[in-house]
Write a protein that binds this ligand. Structure first.
Ligand code: SF4
Ligand code: SF4
Ligand code: FES
Length: 228
């Protein structure tokens, strides 16, 4: 499938998604509910990209969207970056102690969370459900209820006989992993762990930077992110 992604023409295998293509080309797209060994679910929407041209563009989840002949993809337009930040803000307000989320905030340059923290222990990414069903062949846990009542649970809320006590669900859970210790309740962003990241190109070279792909800003990734 011949497509163009951030200005790069590429012939991607028919079975690939936009995310797989972007990663093959070294283009970074943040993900949360996606895991290479599991089916793509498209639940968190953090991996959105913009497809189309002119005023006929739309946002789609790159982890579930298959490549198409003639597809034009932009992975980091202003619209994409701002939508991703809004999604991450909502996720962090749900579970501010998640180190996975705090690290994503630092990487994505998120510097505020405008929603009240809920201090929940789950962001409903569904990774635990999928690893249990697809890798452990147990199907011991699942989603229950809807809306504000949504939760992950075992059938009848009792210890499931199907559970193998393998720990797969805890291993993969972005809310269960090492808890962030630096979170301040009045400002739910931390960033401490990732504060040692290298400065971006523009911070070092101002406007005279040379993108390693020679696109000199046409790809929009660096420019968009730093002009916010
Ligand atoms: S510990 Fe139990 S619920 Fe968790 S993944 Fe393993 S089998 Fe599933
Ligand atoms: S328990 Fe963890 S892995 Fe499961 S849905 Fe919630 S955040 Fe995701
Ligand atoms: S990573 Fe694609 S929707 Fe969550």
């Amino acid at each position: 499938m011949n497509l163009t992604i951030d200005g790069i023409p590429f012939d991607a295998p028919e079975s690939w998604t936009i995310l797989e293509t972007a990663r093959f080309l070294g283009l970074e797209i943040p993900t949360l509910c996606y895991h290479e060994g599991l089916s793509a679910w498209g639940g968190c929407r953090l991996c959105i990209v913009e497809i189309g041209t002119g005023d006929r563009t739309k946002l789609v989840t790159s982890c579930t969207y298959p490549v198409e002949e003639g597809l034009v993809v932009h992975t980091a337009t202003k619209r994409v970056i701002s939508a991703r930040k809004m999604i991450l803000e909502l996720l962090i307000s749900q579970c501010p102690t998640s180190k996975v989320l705090q690290d994503l905030a630092a990487k994505m340059g998120l510097n505020q969370v405008r929603f009240s923290p809920k201090w929940e222990n789950c962001i409903y990414c569904g990774l635990c459900v999928r690893i249990c069903e697809e890798q452990m062949m147990a199907s011991a846990i699942g989603f229950a209820n809807r809306g504000n009542e949504l939760k992950i649970h075992t059938p009848f809320d009792k210890t499931s006989d199907e559970c193998r006590r393998c720990g797969g669900c805890m291993y993969i859970c972005p809310a269960c992993t090492t808890r962030c210790e630096g979170t301040n309740p009045e400002n739910v962003l931390c960033g401490r762990c990732e504060n040692t990241l290298q400065p971006t190109c523009l911070e070092v070279y101002e406007n005279n930077y040379h993108c390693w792909m020679g696109l000199k800003g046409e790809c929009g990734t660096c420019v968009t992110e730093n002009n916010k």
